[in-house]
Design a protein around this ligand. Structure first.
Ligand SMILES: Nc1ncnc2c1ncn2[C@@H]1O[C@H](COP(=O)(O)OP(=O)(O)OP(=O)(O)O)[C@@H](O)[C@H]1O
Ligand SMILES: [Mg+2]
Length: 297
């Protein structure tokens, strides 16, 4: 209980120190321990099932192989350097999620945060990559931020066709999904920007899509819009087994983190990722999480 509380409090205290004040946090902590991410470098009509069924083999055969140019500064697992700063924190996050999955059904995760620019897409993208680094594991990353999509920029992948186009009934699943350079990592980009995101997300087709792709993947990770400005994340959480909350170190005000957390009262909050930990704390957090990971492996 106290670890999540401590992490949020620490983030708030860092902020309070720089502002010369102190703010109490009273977040209800979930099971997962906080993970510190270091700062790096400077209509409901269903489409018919495709002939041959909806299998991973059919997906490999039919969904386009696209050219990705992942951002080398923040996409940690596309190169062969296993020891990049931040990579270990994602391995730790992976093992924590597997620990939770031993006790609870967990495949569809939503990554969210209180505000924009806190690192939701950064965390989603790297989590998807670290999942498929384990042999035979498959992951699907979905950019479900239909208003201000950003995942395609992190991956250097095409933005369209994607989820919005699929939800509008303008393309099928196979044309919206993309295979990139990493085996077993599949991406569903957001598609073209739409203003009717809540209506589209609730039109029944996202539910159908998730049901169809679920058997093919070990993990389905949804990148979402920030919680405070818009209601989409609350809606999206209904399609997921659990929610991962990103808190940006020295940036997210605790009252807003608390408000965001309250949006998911009746959902499974898996934990908090403390993103952008100051580099001075890096060695400490690496040591701590290195130990924690090995003790649970
Ligand atoms: N730990 C990190 N180290 C270095 N840069 C980071 C880190 N986390 C995020 N960033 C950078 O900060 C910016 C915002 O991150 P990101 O796009 O992941 O945020 P977001 O929460 O998805 O934003 P939005 O709400 O706009 O979708 C990006 O340029 C990203 O590369
Ligand atoms: Mg984003």
């Amino acid at each position: 209980m106290s670890r999540i509380h401590d992490a949020l409090k620490r983030a708030e205290q860092e902020r309070a120190t720089s502002m010369g004040g102190h703010v109490e946090t009273t977040l209800v902590p979930p099971e997962l321990q906080p993970i510190s991410m270091p700062t790096l470098g400077q209509s409901t009509v269903a489409m018919p099932l495709p002939v041959g069924g909806f299998t991973y083999e059919a997906l490999l055969a039919r969904c386009p192989q696209t050219n990705w140019t992942p951002d080398p500064r923040t996409m940690l697992f596309f190169q062969d350097d296993e020891n990049r700063i931040g990579a270990e924190a994602f391995r730790t996050l992976r093992s924590r999620l597997y620990q939770i999955r031993e006790k609870l059904p967990l495949k569809r995760l939503m990554v969210t945060s209180a505000l924009p620019k806190e690192g939701k897409s950064f965390v989603t993208a790297n989590l998807g990559q670290v999942m498929v680094r384990q042999q035979g594991r498959r992951a699907l990353i979905i950019d479900a931020d239909l208003r201000s999509p950003g995942m395609h920029r992190h991956l250097g992948a095409p933005q369209t066709p994607g989820l919005s186009d699929y939800l509008l009934g303008e393309c099928d699943e196979f044309s919206a999904l993309q295979r990139g350079p990493m085996d077993n990592l599949v991406f569903l980009p957001a598609g073209r920007v739409v203003s009717s995101a809540p209506e589209l997300l609730a039109n029944g087709r996202l539910k159908l899509l998730l049901q169809r792709v679920e058997p093919m993947f070990d993990w389905i990770i949804l990148d979402s819009p920030p919680v405070i400005p818009v209601a989409d994340s609350t809606l999206l959480a209904n399609f997921c087994d659990g929610v991962l909350m990103v808190v940006r170190s020295n940036a997210t005000p605790s009252d807003l983190a608390r408000r965001a957390r309250e949006e998911f009262q009746d959902k499974l909050l898996l934990g908090v990722v403390l993103n952008g930990a100051p580099s001075g704390k890096l060695e400490r957090s690496k040591y701590y999480y290195g130990e924690a990971a090995s003790s649970h492996a």
